[in-house]
Design a binder for this molecule. Structure first.
Ligand code: F6P
Ligand code: MN
Length: 322
């Protein structure tokens, strides 16, 4: 099986970008180990703090954020980082070429129940001559990403990675600490019978999503004339991995549950990297009205509606939004 660096070198991926990806993965290997320790790590449960977005921080959110932050900033490969768990961006090496946005531990409430969690990351070029302390260097649309991926800490630790030449899976060989290529060019099947949505929010959705989901639930007696199955892991990284492996539609739509928070998922370190992985595997990623990777961000922790997955099913869903 092939290691990650030669695979990326063959693609023509710049050496400093490969080094940066390997730096992210060095942190993820340590996170994989700590998450795998479960209760033995002494790090399950919550802290007494909230992040800037008003969410209670899990002990592992804080720990994994610190780990990624330290390793990335020490490496010298990053000009600045943005993290779900940092109020503002953090400046790095002024001479570095790249910026990294990350969700250190997506689905962190799953840690306490020994269920799926993962790290999501997005890498872009820093504008030339830019100031590492300037937050606006992150205000670039997702189509500018030069690499995106996640590491899923499940029964096995799997990296999904794209540098714009398809989406690949690598599996961590925990004996040797090496990510080995286990699937070249993952393809999301164009059709699916599976959908993922937090149905407890149904009464708060907009009419388009209400109508679409009602028609899926109606099954073979409804307008779709076939039955659909529902899955919800409550960690985007787990749901998107399933969609990449066997197809499906995953959505966290706009809702009116909390008027101050019409959308849940964050653009820079959740929606954008997942959108790139899905598009590179032949799927679609949209807000319902526009391509996720075309959105011009105006805030680090900006939230967006997300509808992504199998091409034909996402297109059907988007037709309800027209
Ligand atoms: O990071 C936000 C997140 O935890 C996603 O990973 C996940 O898809 C979603 O929120 C779960 O939302 P809910 O708590 O509504 O099920
Ligand atoms: Mn998350």
């Amino acid at each position: 099986m092939r290691r990650l660096p030669p695979v990326l070198l063959e693609d023509g991926c710049p050496r400093d970008l490969i080094s940066l990806i390997r730096t992210v993965l060095a942190a993820c290997k340590e996170i994989s180990f700590r998450v795998g320790q479960g209760a033995l790590s002494g790090a399950l449960g919550s802290t007494l703090d909230e992040n800037i977005q008003g969410e209670t921080q899990k002990k592992l959110d804080v720990l994994t954020n610190q780990l990624l932050k330290d390793i990335l900033l020490e490496s010298g490969y990053v000009k600045a980082i943005a993290s779900e768990e940092e109020d503002y961006t953090v400046a790095g090496n002024p001479d570095a070429n790249y910026i990294v946005a990350f969700d250190p531990l997506d689905g962190s409430s799953n840690t306490d129940i020994n269920s799926l969690v993962g790290t999501i990351f997005s890498i872009m070029k820093a504008p030339e001559g830019s100031d590492p302390a300037d937050q606006s260097i992150f205000m670039q649309p997702g189509k500018n990403q030069v690499a995106a991926g996640y590491v899923l800490y499940g029964p096995s630790t799997v990296l999904a990675l794209t540098t714009g030449k398809g989406t690949r899976f690598f599996t961590l060989d925990k004996t040797h600490g090496t990510f080995l290529l286990t699937e070249d060019f993952a393809k999301v099947p164009e059709d699916t019978n599976e959908y993922a949505i937090n149905a407890s929010n149904q009464r708060h959705w907009q009419p388009a999503m209400q109508n679409y989901i009602n028609d899926l639930i109606a099954g073979e007696t409804g307008p779709r004339a076939r039955n659909f199955n529902m899955r919800w892991i409550a960690a985007m990284v787990g749901d998107v991995h399933r969609v990449l492996c066997r197809g499906g539609i995953f959505t966290y739509p706009t809702d009116t549950k909390d008027p101050n928070k019409p959308n849940k998922l964050r653009l820079l370190y959740e929606a954008n990297p997942m959108a790139m992985l899905i598009e590179q595997a032949g799927g679609i990623a949209s807000t319902g009205t526009e391509r996720i990777m075309d959105i011009q961000p105006d805030a680090i922790h900006q939230r967006v509606a997300v509808i992504l997955g199998s091409k034909n099913e996402v297109e059907t869903c988007l037709n309800y939004h027209k």
